[in-house]
Design a protein around this ligand. Structure first.
Ligand code: NAD
Length: 293
């Protein structure tokens, strides 16, 4: 089978071309889209993600400011900072890098972000709009998955789509996006999770699989049918002594094992991950436009 590798970089480049025009138009009005990224504690992965977001913004002539807070920060101080950024017209978007330390109430903190600046799409108001089929800010990773389907013209109309993973930031919003009455999100969606019995009973019937679990190589060729399209959201480190770092990054799908059977698949790395940052930029540019209206 001629398998298509769904390259996030190609999709991202197309989106960035369009964003560059929008960013130039904003500049003519004296506006530079600006993101406030709040990071609590010293989680190396969170730091890496936030730095890579800042780099993308810089490369696209946008601004970002990183607020690094102590891991034992008082909740009320964090809420105060968010309020301050909410009221600062310099910032068009705000994100709080997750996960947060245990003593902080994640829901309360995300709810504090002005929904107009909620470029991660995690505020309950924006989640509600998404459920209604009238999304405002779509969470970046699910949005990136949708854009991949759109770019590669993968038909979802009436298809059996199996989403694996039900997190608030990935699985649930993807399931919602793919079951709406839109061109690239019009499937019959089944949401599988850790309590799903006999996962392969579901995946074997799927025309499209979206894996967002966090278990390396959970999905193999015996669990899928011929010609399936696979979007692999998983980012997992596995030991690999042949690498300088001692590990490599793989997805939730055993890429090499399934390759001969699938119509298309996103690689890890090089698939969805690239898209997440691009859609954050896209949401921030959108927020900047909204705020001058
Ligand atoms: P999470 O831990 O919050 O959720 C994982 C989900 O998987 C849960 O809903 C759980 O029910 C389900 N699950 C666990 N074991 C299962 C099993 N055996 N069978 C079926 N379902 C099972 O994780 P998350 O934040 O949603 O992230 C999922 C993966 O996506 C992780 O690898 C994460 O690193 C990755 N991720 C990637 C990006 C990106 O930009 N590409 C962004 C966010 C998350």
């Amino acid at each position: 089978m001629d398998t298509v590798i769904l390259k996030g970089k190609d999709v991202s480049s197309r989106i960035k071309e369009n964003l560059a025009i929008q960013i130039s138009n904003l500049k003519l009005k004296g506006i530079i889209p600006c993101l406030a990224a709040i990071i609590v504690g010293k989680n190396p992965a969170s730091k890496l993600y936030v730095n890579s977001k800042a780099k993308t913004f810089k490369n696209m002539n946008c601004d970002s400011e990183i607020f690094t807070l102590d891991s034992d920060i008082d909740e009320k101080d964090l809420l105060f900072l968010i309020e301050k950024i909410n009221n600062d017209t310099k910032f068009h978007g705000i994100l709080v890098q997750l996960p947060l330390p245990k003593h902080l109430n994640e829901e309360k903190i995300l709810e504090k972000i002005n929904p107009e600046k909620d470029v991660d799409g995690f505020h309950p108001k924006n989640k509600g709009y998404l459920m209604q089929g009238n999304p405002s800010f779509i969470p970046c990773t699910p949005y990136g998955c949708l854009k991949i389907l759109e770019y590669y013209n993968i038909d979802t109309n009436g298809k059996n789509i199996v989403v694996i993973g039900r997190s608030n930031i990935v699985g649930k919003p993807i399931a919602s996006l793919l079951s709406q009455n839109t061109k690239y999100g019009n499937g019959t969606v089944t949401l599988c999770h850790s309590r799903t019995k006999n996962l392969s009973d579901f995946t074997k019937k799927a025309d499209i699989i979206v894996a967002a679990v966090g278990i390396p190589h959970l999905i193999n060729k015996d669990m899928i049918k011929d010609g399936v399209h696979i979007i692999d959201v998983g980012i997992n480190r596995i030991d690999d002594k042949s690498k300088d770092k001692g590990y490599r990054v793989v997805g939730d799908v055993d890429f090499d094992n399934v390759l001969e059977k699938v119509s298309s698949i996103t690689p890890v790395p090089g698939g969805v991950g690239v898209m997440t940052v691009t859609m954050l930029l896209s949401n921030t540019v959108k927020a900047a436009f909204n705020q001058i209206k």
